[in-house]
Design a protein around this ligand. Structure first.
Ligand code: ATP
Ligand code: MG
Length: 406
């Protein structure tokens, strides 16, 4: 692929989206094409049918190639699923030289010390993202090289994933003849697309309400602080409507998207009978909205339970940003504010500096898709100051090469 061209695949539960973009810098990204197809063979971030997944991913890649006029041969891939876990760990080293000047190799040593955690059987440390450094316990710094001190500390966000889950996804993509350049945790990608740098600095919770998973990421002090994946999202809302109102799943899905509204106190026409959506199926508007609301209230509760503390005000003074396809539900933001008593907003994935073929990715369902490209652009900046390779999942890259050798 030509220099600066980045391709990424967002392998969702309901859709697979391949994006091709020309990344000139973090603030200059031209989207050349997006190929979207319904997802098959995947469930909650896990491959459940290799052949179906292969066909769906291949079609999405072909579509993106056609629109962009660019051949896709290496891709960044989003990973998600209940198998992902994360912790923050600390590392500390002494600066042994007389001049007490921090050098790049000190950074490498302290990062290695912070990566030293026990990884459970069947899991692999994907990567360690340095959040901040301190010198002699003083103020937090982002880039300590060139500064003076006797002791260097780092706090690092460590993410682990199930080896077999990742292996299956990579195997499917390689079987299409496309190489996986790197894997990016999906909530990190979505965060790139919908949050401002001020929000990340002060502290914010992001929840990507997708089809099969709700991906949660808390950002603080400018970087990732906590990640969690819930196996509940839009699919379960539709499924509850289908069961509760005795409708086929696809009719329940259309009813939800067309009429679902959870605005607190909304009463206009609530006794209305919804008809004509498809082949004579009917439903009560009130019942439909009540089901959607109770599912969402439950989901908001679950999001809070996944947070590392109950002091939400201190953790995330900027509140909650909701994105993903399910964030399109009417009244969701108002319901969130009412229930959670914190600032809530909807996050759409288009910021300044992103242009080109962007019609598709304006919808919040594409936060991860665009975010994968933005992550790649930001990881270049990050590697420039950590002195590490640009691959976020560098450790995993090595593991994959070992697993697929021969
Ligand atoms: N206008 C809408 N109103 C309500 N729900 C919507 C709307 N548009 C999309 N959705 C829901 O969003 C979900 C799909 O969201 P998204 O595309 O973010 O998921 P995904 O990336 O495929 O899945 P995941 O990230 O969970 O693996 C579906 O459950 C769909 O019903
Ligand atoms: Mg998604």
């Amino acid at each position: 692929m030509a220099k600066g061209i980045v391709s990424a695949i967002d392998v969702g539960t309901t859709k697979i989206a391949t994006i091709v973009a020309h990344v000139r810098s973090r603030d200059d990204i031209e989207v050349l094409g997006v190929g979207v197809v319904p997802s098959h063979g995947l469930h909650k971030g896990i491959v459940v049918n290799m052949d179906e997944a292969k066909e769906a991913i291949a079609t999405s890649i072909q579509e993106a190639q056609k629109i962009s006029g660019t051949r896709v041969d290496t891709v960044y891939v989003g990973v998600t699923g209940r198998h992902i876990s994360s912790i923050n760990n600390k590392g500390v080293v002494a600066i042994p030289r007389a001049d007490r000047l921090v050098r790049a190799d000190d950074l490498q040593r302290v990062l290695a010390a912070s990566r030293n955690v026990a990884v459970p059987e069947g899991k692999k440390l994907l990567h360690a993202i340095p959040r901040y450094y301190t010198l002699d316990g003083e103020e937090r710094v982002k880039q300590p090289v060139g500064m003076h001190g006797t002791r260097l500390d780092v706090e690092t966000h460590i993410i682990t994933a199930s080896v077999s889950s990742v292996q299956n996804l990579v195997k499917v993509i390689r079987s299409i003849g496309v190489q996986v350049q790197d894997l990016v945790l999906e909530p990190l990608a979505s965060g790139e697309a919908v949050l401002t740098s001020q929000e990340r600095e002060s502290g914010i919770i992001m929840a990507d309400l997708g089809g099969g998973t709700t991906d949660i990421a808390v950002f603080k002090d400018g970087d990732i602080y906590h990640t969690a994946i819930l196996p509940v999202a839009g699919y379960q809302i539709t499924s509850d409507i289908a069961i509760g109102l005795g409708l086929p799943f696809h009719v329940a899905e259309r009813m939800k998207k067309t009429y679902g509204n959870v605005t607190p106190g909304l009463d206009a026409g609530r006794e209305q009978e919804l008809t004509g959506i498809e082949n004579g199926h009917t439903a009560s508007y009130r019942e439909l909205c009540d089901i959607v609301r109770s599912r969402l209230e439950e989901l908001f509760e679950l999001i809070l339970l996944e947070l590392p503390t109950t002091d939400y005000q201190r953790l995330a003074p900027c509140g909650l940003v909701l994105t993903g396809g399910t964030a399109n539900l009417g009244g969701l933001v108002e319901l969130g504010k009412d229930q959670l008593k914190m600032p809530v907003r909807r996050g759409a994935p288009l910021g300044s500096g992103v242009y080109g073929i962007t019609d598709t990715i304006r919808d919040s369902a594409y936060a991860t898709t665009l975010g994968l490209v933005l992550w790649q652009a930001r990881s270049r900046e990050r590697s420039a100051w950590t002195g590490t390779r640009s691959n976020m999942f560098g450790g995993l890259g090595k593991l994959l090469r070992k697993l697929f050798r021969g």
